[in-house]
Write a protein that binds this ligand. Structure first.
Ligand SMILES: Nc1ncnc2c1ncn2[C@@H]1O[C@H](COP(=O)(O)OP(=O)(O)OP(=O)(O)O)[C@@H](O)[C@H]1O
Ligand SMILES: Nc1ncnc2c1ncn2[C@@H]1O[C@H](COP(=O)(O)OP(=O)(O)OP(=O)(O)O)[C@@H](O)[C@H]1O
Ligand SMILES: [Mg+2]
Ligand SMILES: [Mg+2]
Lengths: 258, 258
């Protein structure tokens, strides 16, 4: 089972869009995919059509139980209207975990322990993160085999990436396995100079960790969230979806190498 | 002196772009404008060409002094390369204020007290906020005469606005004057159905507090941050700048009425 976390401390860079796009493509390949929404804003949960205020069996409830068992974890997994695609939903209550759990011993490994119980039920787990460094992001990073960092190709976003890479280096110190990360340039607009020069700077600064292509700006992604379906399920000839297919091929080829 | 705060707990919605666009237009009208960057990510500070790691006299330093005097406040005000436009810069250290100040009595009014000292030196103060509800946002809201809330015209952003409006209602309870807010629809894309239906929903939900027009999607805003100048200073015939001019006229006409 591969666990991919999509994270960046900067908001609005395309984290949720990256998770739902890759998950849809993996499910269409026949892979069994579990989505995890760790963002109290619950964008992924509402994107998939769940009512955030009334959804049962959320990730928050799993964190309340000190004694985990298989039945509890299975209870939190909700089926979506798409084959091969399940979700453990988020709720607003997740925002309180930082205060409650922050100092407790071993709180960084709860998610890793949850996922170990379903190791054989899924091929991929994709985790969507909130745009802040807190308990949920730490849990997600500790549980993942690879971190995808979407970065807008613009000048202001590059400073934010420095912060995220520093966070990964700090996490690395307390994780036994290597924490591999891939920078994914998003919202690339070939018409503006800003996109081009930002991309060049990213490629020069992170030569070994950046994907060799880009996700272009594509307004069809907006419509996708209204239809409550992954973009590849209903948008034909969409350059954004083609780009995510290329990204997925790159990641699957990389991961199989190891 | 009018104090306008631009805030939304959702990231990447155009807060910094709104601050710099309106500030540029006001300075070109000959108004004396002070910008305040309260975001530890310091986007506004780096947008204006300051080096975030070495800038002197930041807002953080002002918060360190329990005894404020006029000299200290003036020392923190930096001139920019544009007439009528000054800045009190941000730094990463602002992120530590939540832990340090969080529980202290009266910590919500520090910014209001700072601004009272420069009441006669500026016509407008524009405050850029980080995308989180913390000490800095509370300070900014308590010090402002009007709050501008940029909201992307898309489905996922509407839930985020509900949260922001609830925050304003809570703040209202501890502020003597009325806290007026204006919802500003941004990144409107007339080609996608998602933008249209989101805008309709916003207009139905916030009829008395929404601006009657939109800021369109305009990729020239990306280039503007590379030139380290407000968009209206160098971009000709830009529909984004025209839209901010219309917004400014709407706000100035409103504010004068009161
Ligand atoms: N390649 C793209 N081109 C155009 N729009 C995009 C693209 N990717 C994402 N978007 C749009 O940008 C907005 C933000 O995307 P998204 O919600 O995925 O970001 P996020 O990083 O998850 O945000 P948050 O930090 O709030 O969780 C959405 O309206 C989405 O439709
Ligand atoms: N109307 C618009 N059309 C197209 N792009 C825009 C528009 N407004 C802002 N942008 C771009 O969107 C990105 C995010 O904008 P901005 O930094 O102003 O948002 P923010 O809300 O301040 O983000 P943060 O929450 O990280 O502080 C920037 O690349 C900016 O250039
Ligand atoms: Mg998201
Ligand atoms: Mg900003």
């Amino acid at each position: 089972m591969k666990v991919w976390t999509v994270a960046n401390q900067k908001g609005g860079v395309g984290k949720t869009t990256t998770v739902i796009s890759l998950a849809g493509l993996l499910a269409q390949q026949g892979k069994r995919v579990l989505l995890l929404d760790t963002d109290p804003h619950a964008s992924l949960t509402s994107y998939l059509g769940f009512d955030v205020d009334s959804v049962q069996g959320t990730l928050y409830e799993l964190y309340q139980n000190t004694q985990l068992d298989d039945a509890m974890v299975t209870h939190s997994i909700q089926a979506t209207s798409f084959d091969n695609l399940d979700l453990i939903p988020a709720s607003m209550a997740l925002a309180t975990l930082d205060k409650v759990l922050g100092q407790r011993e071993g709180m960084g490994l709860i998610l890793k322990r949850i996922l170990a119980r379903i190791e054989h039920q899924y091929d991929y787990v994709l985790i969507d993160c909130p745009p802040v460094l807190g308990v949920m992001m730490v849990n997600a990073l500790a549980a993942s085999s690879r971190v995808l960092v979407p970065v807008q190709t613009e000048f202001l976003a590059i400073k934010g990436l420095e912060r995220m890479v520093k966070t990964l280096a700090i996490m690395q110190r307390s994780c036994p396995e290597p924490l591999r990360y891939t920078v994914v340039p998003t919202m690339y607009d070939k018409r503006t100079r800003a996109s081009l020069s930002a991309l060049k700077e990213l490629q020069e600064t992170y030569p070994k960790n950046i994907w060799n292509s880009v996700i272009p700006i594509d307004t069809k992604f907006r419509d996708a969230s209204l239809r409550h379906a992954p973009p590849s399920y209903h948008i034909k000839n969409c350059r954004g979806v083609f780009a995510y297919q290329t990204l997925l091929a790159h990641l699957q080829q990389m991961t199989d190498e190891q």
